[in-house]
Design a protein around this ligand. Structure first.
Ligand code: TMP
Length: 294
């Protein structure tokens, strides 16, 4: 099996991805899926010169980026970086607030688990392995400066800016692009903006949208089986060795989740003013993510 990272170099590769994308994963038998996941992990590691089964322990070096909730560190391997999650929470005005105990570890656990899960469905991600409570090892990406948001249920800006009723099930998902920016709220973009500003090529936009749509299908079903409704979430992508990989994190910080039986809100926005409730909601999500279901 080849490395499943998606090459953007030719339309043939796009067609190949389309086949993997929509024919493949619906008909997987569970054991085949497990085997495929195991082999993929192995290949993912081997392509970076790392043997499966051996812990990768690159030397953590200088800080290369500090975001609001994460820090990135260079390692002694140029293509690998350490993504470290902090306990900082962010208010709606974008400023940091007091720390939420254990939030970094919870987000790291959830993200690591979901990245591995997505890799099992041939979704190419930057994830290599979890290193510690708050650290994961990832492939170095050239970040595409977009936030890709997918919405299944009306909430957040769909209610505040478009007047939709909160909780309304959308007849089909809405995919949006925002510019990665310190402006709040971040500017909503259409494809013309993206092309004129040179943020991504038409092929890259197509590929990013296709991967994001597939992530939505896989995660929605994953959460549904754990009695969680995935209302919306944000993804980031980057380039690595000519391929587009899913980057950043997938955690309660970037997903809006409700309990599907009671509609209890478990998302960060609801709890930003109350640290204890926010930690409890994040723990609840972590526990459900790790629940084994049929
Ligand atoms: P919104 O309804 O406030 O626009 O947010 C939609 C979803 O996307 C919500 O789950 C939060 C997430 N999001 C981020 O995590 N980062 C971002 O920069 C944006 C625009 C959205």
């Amino acid at each position: 099996m080849e490395n499943q990272g998606i090459s953007i170099s030719s339309s043939h590769d796009l067609a190949k991805f389309r086949d993997v994308d929509f024919q493949g994963f619906f008909c997987y038998h569970k054991s085949l899926l497990k085997e495929s996941r195991r082999r993929r992990c192995s290949l993912r590691h081997r392509s970076l010169g790392v043997r499966r089964g051996k812990e990768v322990r690159p030397e953590k070096r200088e800080l290369i980026y500090e975001g609001r909730t994460k820090k990135l560190y260079q390692t002694d391997r140029p293509e690998l970086i350490v993504q470290e999650f902090s306990d900082d929470a962010v208010l709606l005005d974008g400023k940091k607030k007091a720390k939420i105990k254990n939030k970094g570890a919870l987000n790291n656990q959830v993200s690591s688990h979901l990245f591995e899960y997505l890799e099992g469905y041939h979704i190419p991600t930057h994830f290599v392995q979890q290193l510690s409570d708050c650290e994961m090892l990832v492939k170095r990406l050239e970040i595409i400066p977009l936030e890709v948001v997918i919405r299944n249920v009306a909430a957040g800006s769909l209610t505040t800016q478009y007047g939709m009723k909160e909780g309304l099930d959308l007849p089909h998902p809405i995919l949006e692009h925002y510019m990665k920016s310190d402006h709040l709220p971040p500017p909503l973009l259409n494809e013309y903006h993206i092309l004129v500003m040179g943020l991504a090529t038409p092929e890259e936009i197509k590929l990013v949208n296709r991967i994001a749509t597939k992530v939505n299908v896989v995660l929605r079903s994953f959460f549904e089986r754990r009695n969680l409704k995935l209302l919306d979430f944000a993804l980031e992508f980057g380039r690595h060795r000519g391929k587009i990989l899913l980057g950043d994190e997938i955690s309660p910080d970037t997903c809006r989740l409700w309990d599907s039986r009671t509609n209890k809100k478990l998302d960060a926005d609801h709890f930003r003013q109350d640290s204890d409730s926010m930690r409890e909601a994040y723990e609840e999500i972590r526990n459900r993510v790790f629940t084994k279901v049929a």
